[in-house]
Design a protein around this ligand. Structure first.
Ligand SMILES: NC(=O)c1ccc[n+]([C@@H]2O[C@H](COP(=O)([O-])OP(=O)(O)OC[C@H]3O[C@@H](n4cnc5c(N)ncnc54)[C@H](OP(=O)(O)O)[C@@H]3O)[C@@H](O)[C@H]2O)c1
Length: 353
């Protein structure tokens, strides 16, 4: 009880509602949390928090594997489109297994793989969640792929399918071509019959991206936009996918064909989006935005399920496979974050220690 004294009221209440084991001792679990907004490296701490039991209508889920995404940094830093109350468990994306059912839960069973609770935070060993909010993952999807299936692949799918109508043979350009979204775009575009130009920051990424189905890989700052007609044999680029901003996004606008659309869904350079005015006027280029969270909220669970079914079908058939850079335990979260900041081709994952 000593440890409770001096902690926040919030923490105190949480501890009072915790589970007590058969010996009468409180059961606990590990979580990577932050008590203020800031740089993950500075504000995250691995803490012991109470392990709760599911209430009626809830299930308890044990985390198998969680992802580190750029939006986690935004949420921890306080700049993202939605934020958790402090103190907060970090992490948005992970897959878990149901380990306990609360009273009255039907249609779900212990052992099912499900999306870990984003609402609570994914960098935590367990989460209790309402059965009605559980998203079941097919068991034949590998755990590591499932852990990174909930945000980036469906975003890539929607960017290709729900922004403009593309016909087979249409050209698409994207930056951050080696990101998880970028690699999903490359593989999905190939499956849908679209052609891709992927902007990257290292020449060495050309071979692995082409092996995954990229048509062209160009290096940022190489002046590629001036030679775009050579790359596409004169065909117009219909869609530009921008998650970087800055000069990278400006190159895309210059490369777009007349009436083309640029969709911005990320801002890795952390700069304002700027655009070359004459292309908006004389080429009728359209600039739009996309946020998967907003899309899924507004379209509802059935639309999300249908996008995710398409994602899982591609994962199952081998048409979509995202590389994993390395998996770290919760104890090694600092090393995981440092690794995530380095140039890489694949996701850095976290799993309970
Ligand atoms: N709006 C949405 O709904 C939505 C959904 C999912 C993702 N996103 C966004 O999509 C982007 C990619 O996410 P992800 O999880 O797929 O990424 P990721 O796999 O973690 O990869 C990060 C990517 O960002 C690039 N990058 C980092 N700093 C950069 C900089 N200063 N200039 C140019 N490129 C830089 C990296 O390139 P290097 O390897 O060269 O460093 C890498 O390609 C992020 O901006 C994310 O926020 C948005």
């Amino acid at each position: 009880m000593k440890a409770v004294l001096g902690r926040t009221l919030n923490h105190f209440v949480l501890r009072l509602s915790a589970t007590f084991g058969t010996t009468g001792s409180m059961q606990s679990q590990k979580a990577i949390r932050h008590h203020s907004f800031g740089k993950p490296e500075e504000v995250l701490v691995l803490e012991t928090v109470p392990l709760l039991e599911p209430k009626a209508g809830e299930v308890r889920v044990r985390l198998l594997m969680a992802a580190i995404n750029p939006s986690d940094r935004g949420m921890i830093g306080g700049s993202y489109g939605k934020l958790r109350e402090l103190p907060a468990i970090a992490g948005r994306e992970g897959v878990g297994v149901i380990d306990l059912l609360g009273a009255g839960v039907s249609g779900l069973s212990v052992g099912m793989h499900v999306r870990f609770s984003e609402k609570q935070g994914a960098w935590c060993e367990y989460a209790c969640m309402p059965a009605s909010e559980v998203f079941v993952v097919p068991r034949d999807v590998p755990v590591e792929q499932a852990a990174i299936s909930f945000i980036n692949p469906p975003t890539a799918y929607c960017l290709l399918k729900h922004v403009v109508d593309l016909e087979p043979g249409s050209w698409v350009v994207q930056n951050a071509g080696n990101s998880a979204v970028g690699l999903s775009v490359v593989q999905m575009a190939k499956a849908f019959g679209y052609k891709t130009i992927s902007q990257v920051r290292r020449e060495s990424l050309a071979a692995p991206l082409k092996a995954m189905g990229a048509d062209h890989v160009v290096v940022e700052g190489s002046g590629w936009a001036k030679q775009v007609n050579d790359l596409t044999d004169g065909a117009p680029i219909r869609l530009a996918l921008n998650s970087v901003g800055g000069d990278s996004a400006i190159d895309q606008i210059k490369a777009l064909g007349e009436g083309g659309t640029q969709v911005t869904f990320g801002g890795m350079v952390g700069d304002l989006v700027r655009f070359p005015t004459r292309f908006l006027i004389f080429n009728d280029v359209r600039l739009v935005g996309f946020w998967w969270d907003q899309w899924s909220q507004s379209r509802g669970p059935e639309a999300v399920r249908s996008v995710m079914d398409a994602v899982y079908e591609m994962m199952r058939e081998g048409g979509l496979r995202l590389p994993i850079e390395r998996t770290y335990t919760f104890n090694e979260y600092s090393a995981a974050l440092a690794h995530d900041s380095l140039p890489r081709l694949g996701k850095v994952l976290l799993r309970p220690s």
